[in-house]
Write a protein that binds this ligand. Structure first.
Ligand code: PEP
Length: 262
């Protein structure tokens, strides 16, 4: 199948790898993952590795993403790093990850400011949203998703919404959670439809259809092909499995299979 739509495979390395380890790991991946027209591989190392890796990567092969940043561009904010300070190293910025929401108490307002800061600085925000196990049990999945979309996108104009990627990451499926269990394809299909329905109300039908939506949560080489086959899912955000070259390369390989690469 030939398609103009891209598949995104985003590796979230979280707080792992020293700069030296990250560089060696990137070297290993770059020998195994080719530059592809329809598959965009994005690596998200720790902040401290962004600059050295930006000098090392072939940007046709990989792009880099920030895992976190402060929303103001400059000023007296001791210990913080702004997106304008790192924007020459990265093309994407992960915003609203559940570990930031629940471990670091980031509010929808903080997240909205970060989404706006990424866009203002010419980057693509990857806005992570997803319900907790409790919200799901209480039948509040749709409301939770709606609130996080409304909150996170509150400063995004109709003109800028095409610069955003959404990652649906149900909190109960993320491997850092004690009782994590992988989502079923039918759950993801349903959530993806919900997200498009909400986006359609906010920005119209065409935007809702075009918006890239990724899935993240305990993805591994055996579940990736099934997730990538879900209609309306444009890629994967991968945590744990992105730290092991064999697993990550196999996941990228399954995205490659989605398209004819001629
Ligand atoms: C994540 O934290 O974004 C994630 C998807 O992690 P994991 O793949 O380890 O569940």
């Amino acid at each position: 199948m030939i398609s103009a739509r891209k598949t995104y495979i985003i590796a979230n390395w979280k707080m792992n790898f020293t700069p030296g380890e990250a560089s060696l790991y990137l070297h290993r991946l770059s020998n195994r993952i080719p530059a592809m027209r329809n598959v965009q591989v994005v690596l998200s190392p720790s902040l401290v590795s962004l600059q050295p890796l930006s000098l090392q990567i072939n940007r046709r092969q990989f792009k880099l993403a920030a895992q976190n940043f402060y929303w103001q561009d400059y000023g007296a904010f001791t210990g913080e790093v702004s997106i304008s300070q790192i924007r020459s190293f990265v093309d994407y910025a992960i915003v609203g990850h559940s570990e930031r929401r629940y471990l670091f108490n980031e509010s929808d307002k903080d997240i909205a400011q970060k989404v706006a800061a990424a866009i203002r600085n010419g980057l693509t925000p990857v806005l992570c949203i997803g319900e907790t196990a409790e919200e799901r049990r209480n039948g509040e999945t749709s409301a939770a998703i709606y609130d996080q979309l409304i909150g996170g996108l509150s400063q995004v104009s109709e003109e800028d919404i095409s610069k955003v990627i959404i990652a649906y990451e149900p909190v109960w499926a993320i491997s850092s959670n004690k009782n994590a269990r992988p989502a079923k394809p039918e759950d993801i299909k349903e959530a993806q439809l919900l997200i498009r329905r909400h986006i359609s109300k906010l920005y119209g039908d065409e935007t809702a259809m075009d918006l890239p939506i990724l899935y993240g949560g305990s993805v591994n080489p055996s579940t990736a092909p099934g997730y990538l086959n879900i209609p309306g899912i444009d890629g994967l955000l991968v945590g744990n499995a992105s730290l092991i070259a064999d697993s990550f390369c196999a996941i990228v390989e399954s995205a490659k299979g989605k398209y004819d690469e001629r």
